[in-house]
Structure formats: structure tokens, C-alpha cells
Write a protein that binds this ligand. Sequence first.
Ligand code: SF4
Length: 246
Amino acid sequence: MPLNFDVLTPAAALRIAAVTPFTSLDYPGKLSAVVFLHGCPWRCSYCHNRWMRSRRSEEGDPKWSDIEQLMQKRKGLLDAVVFSGGEPCMDPALPAAVRLVRDAGYAVGLHTSGAYPRRLRELTGLIDWVGLDVKGNPEDPRAYDAIAGIEGAHKAFLESFEILRTSGVALEARTTAHPDYLSEAEILTTAHWLKERGVDTYALQIFRKAPGMDDCRFDPVPETWPSSETLQSLKSLFAHFTLRRG
Ligand code: SF4
């Protein structure tokens, strides 16, 4: 009789919103499956995954047993499972799920904005790679909170950054940028702040409007932004710099 993983493990409580079974984009250098979790306490105006911000599960959502089956089926084809969202650290069942993924022999990636430093600390010995959102200039707390749409975002980010910096977990810092809320000077200040603290991998993700963002007030970003001088400075700052458009 097949085992019912949804009954046997605390990971069954994970509120999964969607699954991408196979991608090379979400964990650099690895082929991975991405598990998107419901829930995020922040309200970034450029959010691509607005429908995932509620913690409410929907009928037909994937279950943990689907992830177990996927891991069994793709053994040898996939390297990693990435938890994303939403804000995956909001889910109390995440550490249990991460342990099961490790036990199954996969590397674990995490996309986070740093909203839950305590849960992140619990995870640092278990995860292999983190994509950490840097919403804005870390030297400007008020602007940072405004971009994230919530008071206290900057404080949580700083705490999470420090946890990751001292943990030795492989880290990609990434910023989603639009000239309406982040100037080129602020991008460079952000990059220098990260570099001074030992970050060597940085991605600048240029805002784009995704389906379902009709109420988003931002215009498309011209191909000429940011300037080639700014891009050159970013390239020279980091051992690994990536520009992502579209
Ligand atoms: S932190 Fe991420 S999921 Fe949450 S609102 Fe911002 S962009 Fe959306």
C-alpha cells in the first residue's frame, strides 16, 4: 500500500500555491523544481505574485505528497528544490519540508525578502543557497519600508542579512528596480553597501509588468536604463553580476 505522506509528516501542513517542476532559472547553476508557498506580509508595489500573498489555501492547490512524488520521479534529473513565494519563511511547516528535501538527496534553495529572521536562522544549517531580495537602499530605512509597503521591513531585512552573512550560506543579493522608486545613485549605494559586507554575487532585475498587474502604476522601463556607466560600475564591483530584463 502506498504511504500517505500528507498524514505522516508535519510538512503536510505546508501551504503550497504552485509548483514549477523543472527550471534552470531559479537556482543559478542547478536544475531545480520550485515550490511556491502562500503568504507574504509585505506589499511591494511591483509584486509579480500578488495572488500568493494571502495565506489562504485554494481548492486544487498542490499537496506535499505531490512534491514527494516529484522528487521520486525526477531523481537524477533534478539537482535542487527551491522554496519561493510569497514569502516562504512565513510558513511554519517550511523547516520540516526542507529537512525532507535534504533527506531525499536534493540541494535546497530559498527565495526570501528576509521578513522572518528567526525562521531564517532556524534554516541556515539546512539550506544551500539563498536568493535574498534587497528592496532598496539599506542606508535609507524609510525609503526601504516604503518600497516594501510596510513599516519594519528594513529592520527585518538587516537582521536577516546579518544572519545570512555570518552563516556562510551561498547568497545572491538581488534588487528589482524601476526609476520611479530607485534612482541609479541609490542602486550604486546599495551595491557598495553589499560589497562592503562581503557580497560577491548581485543581480539587478529590471521591473517588468507581468500578467495580472493591470493596476500597477509603473510604466515600462526603457532599455537604456540604467546607464551603461552604472552597469559598468556594478560589473566592476562584484565577482558575479547579472542584469535581468524581462
Ligand atoms: S516580498 Fe515578494 S511576494 Fe511579498 S509583496 Fe514583495 S515582491 Fe511580493
